[in-house]
Design a protein around this ligand. Structure first.
Ligand code: 1GP
Length: 245
């Protein structure tokens, strides 16, 4: 089964949780421990990526360390062509649709596609949309940030992603955002589109996670949480329980 099939099957039955690990934030062994704790808490997949200070070597070492410990899908969440690792199970083949810089919309993808083909990595087509405040991803990705109350624009982008053939759409408030994407925007986008909806950025509490899935998210992503809490397993368990209710 491909990783996309795994996701599409799961979202039919439940709300999914993915754990984002930034290899630049800690040693590979430490990243693997975090992934193991997230696995014990019941996360459905590990996403690997970050906006700054990433190299392919660090990606390789981190992914290998994680795969030695757990058997969950490991998906690259790329910032550019230089973080493609042959050891992952899949890569989000994503376009930052609301970037002003064509590099993030299509050029990196043009450079990455032949590499992905050569190493036999599974590409998962995804439309990536950055909403205010966007944080580092918004700045680095030169995003023309979607305003928090501009639901019409969010719907337009999400539908465009679907009509372009993308299999997933991701509403991103930015890692460490003070507030997650507004619920009104999530429910409007969910209502108007038919592909699984991922929401991430600024999700810290079970209450927020629950509200986001109730609004219509199929998959939630948490990253900063696992870097900040002392007990990853307990904190993530609470989040995962809250979205399963
Ligand atoms: C960032 O959406 C993810 O790309 C996760 O955000 O670090 O705020 O959980 P957090």
């Amino acid at each position: 089964m491909s990783v996309l099939e795994y996701i599409e099957e799961k979202v039919k039955r439940k709300k999914m949780h993915m754990t984002l690990i930034d290899p630049a934030e800690q040693e590979p062994g430490e990243s693997a421990k975090m992934a193991y704790e997230a696995y014990l808490a019941g996360t459905d997949a590990i996403m690997i990526g970050g906006s700054t200070n990433l190299t392919r070597e660090l990606m390789d070492e981190t992914i290998l360390a994680i795969k030695e410990k757990i058997n969950l899908p490991v998906i690259i969440f790329p910032s550019g062509v230089d973080v493609i690792s042959q050891y992952a199970d899949a890569i989000y083949f994503m376009s930052l649709l609301n970037s002003r810089d064509v590099n993030f919309v299509i050029r990196q993808q043009v450079m990455g596609a032949p590499i992905i083909k050569k190493i036999g990595l599974e590409p998962i087509p995804m439309g990536y949309l950055i909403i205010e405040p966007g944080m580092t991803a918004g700045r680095v990705g030169q995003a023309e940030l979607i305003k928090r109350d501009d639901i019409k624009t969010a719907i337009g982008y999400a539908l465009a992603a679907q009509y372009l053939g993308m299999k997933l759409v991701y509403l991103e408030a930015g890692s460490g955002a003070p507030e997650p994407v507004p619920q009104e925007m999530i429910s409007a986008v969910k209502k108007e589109t038919d592909i699984p909806l991922i929401v991430g950025g600024g999700i810290r509490t079970p209450q927020q996670a629950r509200a986001i899935v109730k609004a219509g998210a199929d998959i939630i992503v948490t990253g900063t949480l696992v870097e900040e809490v002392s007990n990853i397993r307990d904190s993530l368990k609470k989040i995962i329980e809250a979205i399963s209710l």
